[in-house]
Design a protein around this ligand. Structure first.
Ligand code: J9Q
Length: 250
């Protein structure tokens, strides 16, 4: 799979891609990432990429022509039509389902904007506008890396166990249960006894309870879309009753 990333800060993209699982995918040739410096597509002496907003106001807006030229160059090189992803706080929330779907596209272009935004005419060339969350960043470089990482995991050969990547994305929709490894005790902190008991039914039930407890406390919004088995529904009922009783106990 091929990614073209258009940015005014190429080093912000290049450095993180040098290492890790994505870096290995690039070394192996399973992934191809081309970082495109937006300034290379300017035509003026000072390589200006932004300008003041029409109508006034603070900040600068990215000029449309360098972006159009960059997209024209990528299109000429890769062939048409391009799938262009723009990351911005105005985008639809990017989800795991989006990551899986986009991994089916052979070639993606990721446009990194600045905080103040693009000239809106750039949106004529944008296939999808996505947000990675409700917080303000200085630019779209980190969101582009997040999207690349989440999409590239689905490309066969990038992550060791392909099937587990697929299975994860269809998993029950709950937060994970707590995990432990050796030693059984460190700094007076013990691994829960049930995990050392060898009682596999008890371990399964404990993990379900922990996953449901975490989800109920931290991400109750996930419960509406989760697929629960009979045992999980029973545990959830107990937790919800216990929680109301717990209020009286303090
Ligand atoms: C470009 N805050 O924030 C959340 N998803 C994307 C963004 C973003 C930002 C600023 C510039 C993207």
């Amino acid at each position: 799979m091929t990614f073209d990333i258009v940015t005014i800060f190429p080093a912000m993209i290049e450095a993180p891609l040098a290492g890790g699982i994505i870096g290995r995918g690039i070394e192996r040739g399973t992934l191809d990432v081309a970082v495109r410096d937006l300034r290379a597509f300017t035509t003026d002496r000072h390589r200006v990429v932004d300008d003041m907003p029409y109508g006034g106001g603070p900040g600068m807006v990215l000029k449309p022509e360098p972006i159009f030229r960059a997209l024209d160059a990528i299109e000429a090189e890769r062939g048409t039509p391009l799938t262009v992803i723009l990351t911005s706080p105005q985008g639809k929330p990017f989800t795991q389902a989006d990551a899986q779907r986009l991994s089916g596209v052979a070639h993606l272009v990721l446009l990194c904007g600045r905080y103040e935004g693009f000239d809106d005419r750039v949106r004529e060339r944008v296939t999808e506008e996505v947000s990675i969350g409700d917080y303000i960043l200085t630019g779209g470089e980190l969101p582009a890396l997040v999207i690349l990482d989440a999409v590239a995991r689905f490309v066969p050969g990038v992550v060791g166990d392909e099937q587990s990547v697929i299975d994860e994305s269809f998993s029950r929709g709950l937060l994970d249960f707590p995990q432990y490894t050796r030693p059984a005790e460190v700094d007076d902190l013990r691994v829960p006894d049930v995990l050392l008991s060898g009682d596999h039914a008890a371990i399964r039930r404990w993990r379900k309870k922990e996953a449901l407890t975490r989800t109920l406390e931290r991400r109750p919004d996930l419960l509406a879309g989760a697929t629960l088995d009979d045992e999980e529904r029973e545990i959830l009922r107990e937790l919800q009753n216990g929680r109301i009783a717990g209020l009286q106990d303090g």
